[in-house]
Design a protein around this ligand. Sequence first.
Ligand code: AMP
Ligand code: ZN
Ligand code: FE
Ligand code: FE
Length: 294
Amino acid sequence: MDGKHADLHLHTNFSDSTFTPAEVVLQAGSVGISTLAITDHDTTAGIQPAIDTGSKLNIEIIPGIELTSSIKEDEVHILGYFINRQDGWFQARLNKLSQARLERLSEMVKTLNRAGIILTAEEVLEITGNPASVGRMHVALALLHKKIVSSAEEAFQKFLRKGCPAYVGVESFGLSPSDSIQIIRKAKGIPVLAHPKVTGKDDYIPEFIKDGLMGIEVYHSEHSQSVARHYRSLAEKYNLLITGGSDCHGLGKGKILSGSVKLPYVFVERLRQAHEKIIYETGAGIGKTGVGQS
Ligand code: AMP
Ligand code: ZN
Ligand code: FE
Ligand code: FE
């Protein structure tokens, strides 16, 4: 393929990938990705270590996040690109999410215990290296480590997906998609609807746009070509930015997905231009003074 390519959806072991930030960058680089976004669930802790590795390998790192939100018991993930992660209020909100995730972990473990499975929250954290953002994948990996299941996928099928005994929703995190969109906008980022096919509720999209959504993840490792065509036409209809990424979780999803989506660089340029426009319009740009510098 000609030109530069990006992968705008990658997790690290600060959330639920089995790869460290350095491994994520090395792996993506080895499959021909020259720009990548770190988009951990509800934490930005993996970004700086990725930047450190990226600068040595000449790989561009875009700061990102994937905020977990819910609407009517449906989990909706909102990606945020070019977020200003240094903002104190932003980190305070992420700390609350981290706490809510720990409480949810206790709930999940209690349900598993009731089903006769011997597991503690401390064990989950220890086995998975004490992530900043703990979730279902960590429980799956702990069950795998203890040989209760033979793959993380099996843990999801038997225990952790919606409708299963140990499923605990994310309503307690207290974020609607609208809240997530607003948080990302306030942090001067670009809010993008993650893997819309996985969420499977296109009816919400016009509402999200009214709330300030600016983009849609057209290309994703779980989107077939026809699915991608569908969301591309939605993006054109609503004048949304187009993004794409592998959603690689290291070995967590059974295989390494980075390289499965190679987004042409022109989409990164459009995303960056949208971000620069926000910065300019909110007063941090040339010719305006005093505000928006935090
Ligand atoms: P959580 O944020 O704790 O609700 O976990 C959501 C994450 O779980 C997703 O980002 C995926 O990494 C993982 N996940 C959800 N469903 C599955 C599945 N069926 N197989 C593998 N991983 C899954
Ligand atoms: Zn995940
Ligand atoms: Fe997601
Ligand atoms: Fe993801």
